[in-house]
Write a protein that binds this ligand. Structure first.
Ligand code: ATP
Length: 217
């Protein structure tokens, strides 16, 4: 595995409304499995035509900061949040490529649900050309893609070889054998709205912040 500049750079994008153990624990297990030293969490700006997060950008950023405060694996990158308009993942990856060059191994982490919808994302082939995709398992989502064409697209890019991820700049898809956590931000928001406990679903510091801010009531 390469060191320093050449090491595999892994990004994890999402809305994080709020960040929860279903984000943190599978990604920590993935990092262990494939020897990632750091994972950069990148909260996104949600396009106006999609349902907007309940928490503000500042609150989502704060919740991520609190969640990772004592965990040196994770770092926070707010470049997408700081933009006035939402950006496509492909454009953000292109920007990062401009910064780090096109040779350093780069990966984008997603859950199984996101893999299934990936063919509907803008420029999804360009995304995978710019980086590897590292996929965490998620309960309730099939392992098969929705169409034979999408499955063929996936099959052509799958690798089980961890060295590929550290050696090649991008282009591979790795299905990680991560533990299943049946947690979603939607469930957390609904439970909080109904005054139910979320104690085991997200870090205590995030829960305290949610209460202090009066979020998701
Ligand atoms: P919501 O319920 O609001 O749609 P979410 O819980 O799915 O949110 P996101 O912020 O949309 O969270 O997800 C960011 C990334 O984390 C996505 O790639 C998603 O697939 C992945 N992810 C979220 N929850 C899990 C989970 N429980 N297990 C594995 N991956 C997950």
């Amino acid at each position: 595995m390469g060191e320093g500049q050449a090491s595999l750079l892994a990004l994890f994008g999402g809305t994080f409304d709020p960040i929860h153990y279903g984000h943190l624990k599978p990604v920590a297990a993935l990092a262990q499995q494939i020897a990632l030293r750091h994972v950069i969490i990148m909260p996104n700006n949600v396009p106006p035509h999609r349902p907007q997060p309940q928490a503000s950008s500042e609150q989502r950023k704060m919740m991520v900061s609190l969640a990772i405060a004592r965990n040196p694996l994770f770092q926070l990158d707010c470049r997408e949040l700081q933009r006035s308009a939402p950006s496509f993942t492909a454009d953000t990856l292109e920007e990062i490529r401009q910064e780090i060059g096109y040779r350093r191994p780069l990966a984008f982490i997603i859950g199984q649900d996101s893999l299934l919808t990936l063919p509907t994302w803008n420029h999804y082939s360009r995304i995978n050309a710019l980086c590897h995709l590292l996929v965490c398992r998620r309960p309730g989502y099939p392992v098969q893609m929705k169409t034979p064409a999408d499955q063929a697209w996936l099959d052509a890019r799958l690798t089980r070889n961890i060295d590929d991820l550290h050696r090649l700049p991008g282009g591979k898809i790795f299905l990680a054998d991560t533990p299943l956590y049946d947690i979603s931000a939607t469930t957390i928001r609904e439970r909080l709205e109904h005054g139910q406990s979320c104690a085991d679903l997200l870090p205590p510091a995030v829960m305290h912040y949610i209460i202090a801010q009066g979020l998701y009531r």
